[in-house]
Write a protein that binds this ligand. Structure first.
Ligand SMILES: [Zn+2]
Ligand SMILES: [Zn+2]
Length: 338
């Protein structure tokens, strides 16, 4: 079978590899049909990922069809259409016991700690494969995993109808956070510097779109709300200084949600965190979001289709990765089909 392998910095190849086989009775073998390229895959490609090592098969946004199941598998049968939950946790550490296995001490993420799903066949525990309805195409199904990330952000930020949310960045992660925050009933402002993405944020239902090249986000949001401060700030773009700024502008009892991976220290006023009793929360991966996200995919299809801008066959994977890495304004989610 064929697999896409990141062989070194900015280097990749489609290689012939042995087809994987079931090694445990609780596993399922899946014929992979589509894989989304995500920012974290590009971090590996660009040598900026904090722990992934070359060579590695990328891919954690994976959709495909079950072809074989182990003797103990009751939840799946051959022919089922599934998406991959790309996380393994230990179940015994503090985070796992607290209900946050997504930040397990011994966390293993598919396509980062070990080979991912950008290969024609992939074996994984049956519990990590979630069934999807026939109404989702393979390309659309790839968007389930990114939407679970957005669902986690909304959950961690406890976002609801009382909230006015400011999101920095209208790339795929920001747009999905926008979509999920709107579903939760919040008013949402999106700040972005790329013109095409501003238009997309508007189409996705942003109540206010701020061109951060020429407009000051805080002024714009205060004008929009009639002087009321935002209650949640989400930085989906890694904007320098946004953390300290969020602490300054947030309403009392407000929340900062971080979801990017900048290693640069971000100064913030501790007195304001105390005085306003702000919540500072990280949001990484997800826990328990696959089933609810899959159940709601139907009502998001129109927006999901707009987010998927390019599809390439595996033979053109290199072109796909380079395009996704170009950060061009017209490039949203890039999908590889297998
Ligand atoms: Zn991802
Ligand atoms: Zn654990």
């Amino acid at each position: 079978m064929k697999a896409l392998v990141f062989t070194g910095l900015h280097e990749m190849a489609v290689e012939e590899r042995p087809k994987p086989r079931l090694a445990q009775p609780g596993q399922a073998l899946v014929r992979v049909r589509a894989v989304g390229i995500c920012g974290s895959d590009l971090h590996i490609y660009n040598g900026k990922h904090s722990f992934a090592q070359y060579p590695i098969v990328p891919g954690h946004e994976v959709a495909g069809e079950v072809v074989e199941v182990g003797a103990e598998v009751k939840s799946l049968v051959p022919g089922d259409r599934v998406v991959l939950e790309p996380i393994h946790s230990c179940g015994g550490c503090y985070a796992c016991k607290k209900g946050q296995p997504n930040v397990c001490e011994h966390l293993r993420v598919t396509g980062a700690h070990h080979d991912g799903g950008c290969q024609e066949y992939y074996v994984e525990d049956a519990a990590n494969w979630h069934k999807i309805p026939d109404t989702l195409s393979w390309e659309e199904a790839v968007m389930v995993e990114p939407y679970t990330i957005g669902a986690q952000v909304v959950s961690r930020g406890k976002i609801g109808p009382l909230d006015t949310v400011l999101i920095h960045g209208a790339g795929p992660a920001g747009l999905i956070a926008l979509d999920m925050a709107k579903e939760a009933g919040a008013a949402v402002a999106v700040s972005e510097i790329v013109e095409g993405r501003l238009a997309l944020a508007r189409e996705f239902g942003a109540d206010l779109v701020i061109d951060a090249k020429t407009q000051e986000p805080v002024e714009e949001i205060l004008r929009f709300t009639g002087g009321r401060a935002p209650t949640v700030v989400i930085d989906a773009a890694g904007v320098p200084g946004s953390f300290g700024k969020a602490v300054e502008i947030l309403a009392p009892a407000g929340t900062v949600v971080t979801m990017t991976f900048s290693p640069v220290p971000a100064p913030a006023r501790v007195d304001l965190i105390t005085l306003k009793e702000l919540n500072i929360v990280g949001s990484r991966l997800q826990t328990g979001m696959f089933e609810p996200v899959i159940a709601g995919m139907g009502r998001r299809l129109e927006r999901i289709r707009r987010m998927i801008t390019h599809t390439f066959p595996l033979a053109q994977a290199e072109e796909a990765v380079r395009l996704a890495d170009s950060r061009r304004a017209d490039v949203g989610k890039v999908v590889i089909t297998l």
